[in-house]
Design a protein around this ligand. Structure first.
Ligand SMILES: CC(C)(COP(=O)(O)OP(=O)(O)OC[C@H]1O[C@@H](n2cnc3c(N)ncnc32)[C@H](O)[C@@H]1OP(=O)(O)O)[C@@H](O)C(=O)NCCC(=O)NCCS
Length: 143
């Protein structure tokens, strides 16, 4: 597949909501998506949206707020492709990327570690999963 990373377009909204529909976390409503649409990039193979990332840039830092690959395309390298394409697109002025990931999210932890993100902290009981509380691991990549 020849994948491209494109800035969000209104016509991507339905696919983005659809990609999230089986997710426990994080699920973003239509309003939440539209509020941050300037910070969304979608990974496309021709007209198919495989996943998306929400990345907020603040001065010299950037923060990944959301990253999802559609469930049927997972574990085929697309998550890594998406983040790598995103890193290539970042302005030269940005030199640190931060994110928070649930401590039990093995695929995401493997993905970020493989790309060079390092654990820099832990936020206790940060995520709510029904009655369960999960720690978040804070990670940083120096670029
Ligand atoms: C996290 C996520 C984006 C990863 O995307 P992906 O396309 O499946 O990841 P890739 O195929 O590029 O694999 C990346 C790494 O994770 C590993 N991996 C992927 N799925 C895995 C699984 N189910 N169990 C264990 N490891 C897994 C791969 O082996 C690879 O590791 P390696 O580089 O050491 O070989 C995807 O699982 C997802 O959308 N999850 C739901 C939303 C989510 O949790 N987002 C993260 C928020 S912080």
């Amino acid at each position: 597949m020849a994948c491209l990373l494109k800035k969000f377009n209104q016509s991507d909204l339905k696919s983005i909501l659809d990609i999230q529909k089986n997710e426990l976390r994080p699920f973003w409503s239509e309003k939440q998506i539209l509020d941050v649409c300037d910070d969304i990039y979608v990974l496309k193979d021709k007209s198919i949206i495989l996943g998306f990332i929400v990345i907020k840039k603040i001065s010299r830092d950037a923060e990944i707020h959301n990253l999802i690959i559609k469930d049927k395309y997972r574990n085929q390298g697309f998550g890594k492709v998406l983040v790598k394409l995103m890193l290539d697109k970042l302005e030269k002025s940005i030199n640190r990327i931060y994110l928070e990931v649930a401590a039990n999210n093995k695929p995401a932890l493997r993905l970020y570690k493989a790309l060079g993100f390092a654990e820099i902290g832990r936020r206790k009981a940060y995520y709510n999963e029904g009655k369960l509380r999960r720690d978040a691991i804070t990670m940083r990549l120096e670029v």
